[in-house]
Design a protein around this ligand. Structure first.
Ligand code: AMP
Length: 533
């Protein structure tokens, strides 16, 4: 991508999990002429024939190419090269680099999209430069300066804007970038080898990191040190001597588990559960930041400040170089001028995208007078940070006419420690909500142990008593948070397998694909409604 950009050619990243349909759509919509692919993904590209051959002229494999692939491609009059063949094409020729303009398109990032066709977000060179300059200022403000010795390890979906801008930031400073091998089982090994100084991840990976600390969490020493340090941090005394001793004696083990050199952990692309964030802030001995943004805003538009514990659960203040404001949403009772201002987050500034490629209609819907309407509902905090509380689009009425904002509920129920993930479902023909839950394995097994229930994790998920237990935990939180009656979950289905991309239930950035979830769990949903009435 960097080489193409240097030569004034922009790139259109393809998520490998998009599936042939979406890949075909993007190749044709963006009129892609040359496609680069991992050796094992060349076959995926060929599945888009013959449609994509209207524009596609050349395919380059980052590895080898088989004889059958060569024959298949030549049938359609295209060329295909192995990496070695491609590299040797230029021979000894030298090429002058063109002068790129700020307004030139740097990339068209198709958003994974939870519904409808992917949208091509046009990102200019200026957007990326402006974003990087802002993030750099922000890091400097907490005395973090990137150096050539820094190592960034990416666990992010590579084609996502979040990864792209972090990579640019590192290259700008001459620092190194390491890529994990893409296999969760080898993640710890990869971390140990690369010893990253900056770790960027989507929340799901960080949730797992918390779980994988496993037995260690349970030691008395750990718990005491945790409570003590948390207490000090809440009072703004992160660097006092006593807390430093906790780091040295107890939490250095966690730091070692992350390679030993991590200074900053940045989570983004989806909400990070408050308890995971707090835990990471206490035990990793690193600055933990949560960022918020969209592909359309060139990733990070808000980032929390690491040494402000009061910002836990928020995405912090806006990054430098952007303007942000809230707009009231009367339908949902969100008032931007109330004493606690709530409303749709709108963003303005040079980091914004230039529009959706060939979809002026969609661009006009979200870009009004230069303000980009994110569709996310935020609540300004008195300290200037923003809390994401809801999403404008995921709102529906139950049969009794009460509006339900499911994402808000999922955020509330998401803090229940007995569960890893929850998808809340309801519709306008029903009067109550049901949910599919990925229970927390440790929590469910320890409940079973204490309640004389036997069976492995899969069997427990089928057990009616286990369902009752999870339902009870959800209700407890519902009561604590003073939810309204119709916002309580009346039945759960427990799935031991986390919502995953393989079953097309989440996007590469772990957002729930609601229509697909409904299709997949339709049977379970019907049963829940039948049994709970
Ligand atoms: P994408 O363009 O795929 O990155 O998706 C952008 C959407 O991700 C936003 O509109 C938010 O709904 C969600 N999002 C990103 N970061 C966060 C965060 N830190 N907390 C909550 N939601 C987030």
């Amino acid at each position: 991508m960097e080489a193409c950009n240097a030569h004034g050619v922009y790139c259109v990243p393809l998520y490998d999990t998009l599936g042939a349909g979406a890949i075909e759509f993007i190749l044709c919509h963006a009129e892609v002429e040359i496609a680069f692919a991992e050796e094992k993904k060349v076959a995926e590209l060929l599945k888009t024939f013959p449609k994509s051959t209207e524009f596609l002229k050349t395919i380059v494999s980052f590895g080898k190419v088989t004889q059958e692939q060569k024959e298949e491609v030549s049938k359609y009059g295209l060329s295909i090269y192995s990496w070695d063949e491609f590299i040797s094409l230029a021979g000894d020729q030298e090429f002058d680099l063109p002068v790129n303009q700020r307004t030139d398109t740097c990339t068209i990032m198709y958003t994974s999209g939870t519904t409808g066709d992917p949208k091509g977000v046009l990102i200019s060179n200026a957007s990326i430069i402006c974003l990087i300059a802002g993030v750099d200022r922000l890091l400097n403000s907490v005395n973090e300066r990137l150096e050539e010795t820094d190592v960034y390890m990416s666990y992010l979906p590579l084609a996502h804007i979040f990864d792209r801008v972090v990579e640019e930031l590192f290259m700008f400073h001459g620092a190194s970038i390491g890529f994990w091998r893409g296999d969760v089982k080898l993640l710890v090994e990869d971390i140990g080898t690369l010893k990253p100084t900056i770790l960027c991840a989507v929340p799901r990976v960080l949730d797992r990191a918390k779980i994988s600390a496993g037995g260690f969490i349970k030691s008395t020493m750990f718990n005491l040190a945790y409570k003590f340090k948390q207490f000090r941090m809440m009072r703004g005394a992160k660097h006092n001597e006593a807390a430093a001793i906790c780091d040295k004696v107890v939490f250095s083990k966690v730091k070692e588990g992350l390679g030993g050199n991590v200074r900053v952990i940045l989570s983004g692309a989806a909400p990070l559960a408050t308890h995971v964030e707090e835990y990471l802030r206490v035990v990793t001995c690193a600055h933990v930041l949560q960022g918020y943004g969209l592909t359309e805003t060139c990733a990070g538009s808000f980032v929390s400040l690491p040494n402000q514990m009061s910002m836990i659960g928020t995405v912090g203040p806006p990054v430098p170089n952007i303007d942000a404001r809230l707009e009231s949403v009367p339908d949902m009772n969100y008032d931007a001028l109330a004493s606690t201002p709530r409303g749709e987050i709108c963003i303005k500034g040079e980091t914004l995208f230039s529009g959706y490629y060939r979809r002026e209609d969609l661009t006009e819907e979200v870009l009004v007078d230069g303000w980009f309407h994110t569709g996310d509902i935020g609540e300004w905090q008195p300290d200037g940070s923003m809390k994401i509380i809801d999403r404008k689009k995921n709102i529906f009425k139950l049969s009794q006419g009460e509006y339900v904002a499911v994402e808000n509920l999922e955020n509330i129920y998401g803090v229940v420690s007995a569960i890893d993930s929850i998808w809340v479902y309801g519709n306008s023909f029903e009067s109550f909500l049901v949910a599919v839950v990925n229970p927390n394995k440790e929590a469910l097994e320890s409940w079973a142990e204490g309640n004389g229930t036997s069976g492995d994790f899969e069997a427990l998920c089928e057990n009616p008593k286990a369902k009752e237990y999870i339902l009870g935990e959800l209700s407890k939180t519902g009561k604590e948070k003073k939810l309204k009656g119709f916002e309580f979950i009346r039945a759960v289905h427990l799935d031991p397998v986390p919502f995953d991309m393989e079953r097309d239930l989440i996007t590469p950035t772990y957002k729930r694909k609601r229509p697909q979830l409904l299709k997949y769990y339709q049977g379970a949903i019907d049963n829940m409604y039948k049994s709970a009435k």
